[in-house]
Design a protein around this ligand. Structure first.
Ligand SMILES: [Zn+2]
Length: 575
């Protein structure tokens, strides 16, 4: 016997063999047992999930010579003919290749005659939506008054293209995509019968790549056996189909969640060198994010909802790094990328850009974490409020965020928060953080000059400041914004804005930076306090805030600790 492709060899021959469509097979079996057979059925669903196989099994069940039965014998002439596709009374028409009116006109002619030697004359029309309008109309005539010995079984991937008058004359069944576990079970069964060893990770990769289509999965297995022989590992599947390993997908997603842009860039370079399909990669990354959302909301052992791409133990680790709102934001960035990938001139650049955006979206401070920090700050404040309360329960809890520590030290020395405190000597002595603290205010002031400046500054951040010279950075992607800001008039406006906020004249330079090196909108609190615990003079308490500018007050260490933590700025000083 010659070679037969797996998908054909393992085509289901009984309702019991059909994977993942129990809702359909049960109804059809019941209809046969109750002898309530409609004259037209429509099977709807994506390709390769068993629509025509189901139609053939149904045809055998109707015409089996042992009598109409939900379990056709597969031995009688009728069953064997249908399996072989040679039956006189079961005619298969492929709508995709015979879309002329003639075929259906023939059908209208032959429909009148009784079946040659079977119970019913059955027409199986695959891809029925491909029939021409004229063919549809001819078919409709037959469907309106079908002879009692005729049954129609239609299959389609695009039900929207079928006339409503035809659909309304059919019993319609919507077939489902087959769950991954179902496909993996079936492949495992086939592999063991074919005496081929396939790793679990390889099975998972094949199932993932076939996206719920069993026929595609079986064809893939076929191809792999031809390519690799009797032992198939994950790496074989990945290389044959241009897929990316689960491990690498998990590392990409972890990079996004940690905001680790260098790692993301490195991984993309590796993938590019290996010639991976970025469109497919994006789909897999989205599946993994989707699994992460399931894990975050239902737990790693939910059982009810299956994971598509991730392994429960890794998903649990990833979930610990993040929360639902962040993942949702990252997902929306990646979905946009998937949309644009098809038309992108440089897929690699788009992928890099999207991963960076997703990493930023995933690391923005959420309201929940701000609230947690406020609680920690309040506790720390209470601890610092006076040694007399040291034995109270609140004070026994250390503040949650270590970065909050500088604030309580300040408060311990100065219980009155509105009191005047000694300021550092100069405004401009240090790194970009001084300017960063005031950035919103500076950008707001410069933005008043023109809407173009305002828009351009949205993506700009200070990267260094030495008291006389400010360097403002923009990600490479914002080249256009740079050209706006560099116009002499706008550069001058920017310098004036900085001067009016910080009170010192300065020069401004705008600079394009490599992706991901421009500081984020909301700076994270520094690892260590920028200044040692401040000295608060007794005179300070009496002095009040009279005559102090916002820039001035912003330098107060306690105020700085708070503005850095929340990425805010001092807008106004009131007594
Ligand atoms: Zn039979």
């Amino acid at each position: 016997m010659g070679y037969e492709v797996l998908a054909r060899k393992w085509r289901p021959q009984q309702f019991d063999d059909v994977v993942g469509q129990e809702h359909v097979t049960r109804t059809l079996r019941n209809a046969i047992e109750a002898n309530r057979i409609a004259h037209a059925y429509l099977f709807v669903g994506p390709r390769g999930i068993g629509k025509t196989s189901l139609a053939r099994i149904f045809a055998k069940a109707l015409n089996c010579q042992t009598g109409m039965t939900p379990t056709p014998c597969d031995q009688c002439d009728s069953c064997r003919e249908i399996t072989a596709g040679t039956g006189l009374d079961v005619l298969e028409i492929d709508g995709a290749s015979n879309n002329g009116v003639d075929q259906v006109r023939d059908l209208r002619e032959t429909v009148k005659y009784a079946p040659a030697h079977s119970r019913f004359k059955i027409y199986i029309i695959d891809e029925v939506h491909m029939l021409s309008a004229a063919a549809f109309n001819a078919l409709l005539k037959t469907l309106e008054e079908p002879p009692p010995h005729v049954k129609f079984l239609f299959a389609t991937t695009e039900v929207d293209k079928i006339l409503a008058t035809i659909i309304s004359r059919c019993q319609r069944f919507d077939l489902r995509r087959i769950p991954l576990a179902g496909i993996m079970d079936r492949l495992r069964h086939i592999a063991s019968a074919e005496k081929v060893v396939v790793d679990e990770d390889a099975l998972s990769a094949i199932a993932r790549g076939s996206e719920g289509g069993l026929r595609d999965a079986e064809s893939a297995l076929d191809q792999l056996i031809a390519f690799k022989g009797e032992r198939i590992g994950e790496a074989d599947v990945l290389s044959v189909f241009g897929l990316v390993s689960r491990d690498l997908l998990e590392r990409l997603v972890e990079g996004v969640l940690r905001g680790d842009i260098p790692t993301l860039m490195r991984l993309v370079a590796e993938l590019d060198a290996a010639g991976k399909d970025f469109q497919r990669l994006l789909v897999d990354v989205l599946y993994l994010f989707r699994d992460l959302l399931v894990c975050l909301n239902l737990g790693a052992e939910s059982g009810a909802v299956e994971f598509v791409a991730g392994r429960p133990e890794r998903l649990r680790e990833l979930a610990a790094l993040t929360d639902t709102p962040r993942v949702v934001r990252a997902v929306s960035v990646m979905m946009e990328a998937e949309d644009r990938m098809r038309h992108a001139l440089s897929r690699r650049a788009l992928l890099e850009l999207s991963l960076i955006r997703a990493a930023r979206a995933a690391s923005v401070v959420t309201l929940e974490s701000i609230l947690a920090q406020v609680v920690a700050l309040k506790q720390a404040w209470a601890v610092g409020g006076g040694e007399t309360t040291a034995d109270e329960p609140l004070s026994s809890q250390p503040p949650k965020a270590p970065s909050v520590v500088p604030a309580p030290i300040t408060m311990r020395q100065e219980p009155t928060p509105t009191a005047k405190m000694e300021l550092p000597a100069s405004v401009g002595g240090g790194d970009a953080s001084v300017l960063m603290d005031q950035w919103e205010q500076v950008a707001d002031r410069a933005g008043r000059l023109s809407l173009r400046i305002k828009a351009a500054l949205k993506d700009a951040r200070p990267v260094s400041w030495d008291g006389h010279r400010a360097v403002i950075g923009l990600d490479e992607e914002f080249r256009e914004a740079l050209s706006v800001l560099e116009q002499p008039r706008n550069r001058k406006g920017m310098a004036q804005a900085i001067q009016s906020v910080l009170g010192v004249p300065c020069e401004v330079e705008f600079r394009l930076m490599p992706w991901g090196t421009v500081p984020p909108v909301k700076p994270l609190p520094p690892e260590k306090p920028a200044d040692p615990a401040p000295v608060v003079t007794p005179e300070g308490r009496a002095g009040g805030l009279k005559g102090r500018t916002p820039g001035d007050v912003a330098q107060d260490p306690a105020v700085r600790a708070i503005t850095e933590m929340f990425g805010g700025s001092v807008m106004e000083v009131r007594e």
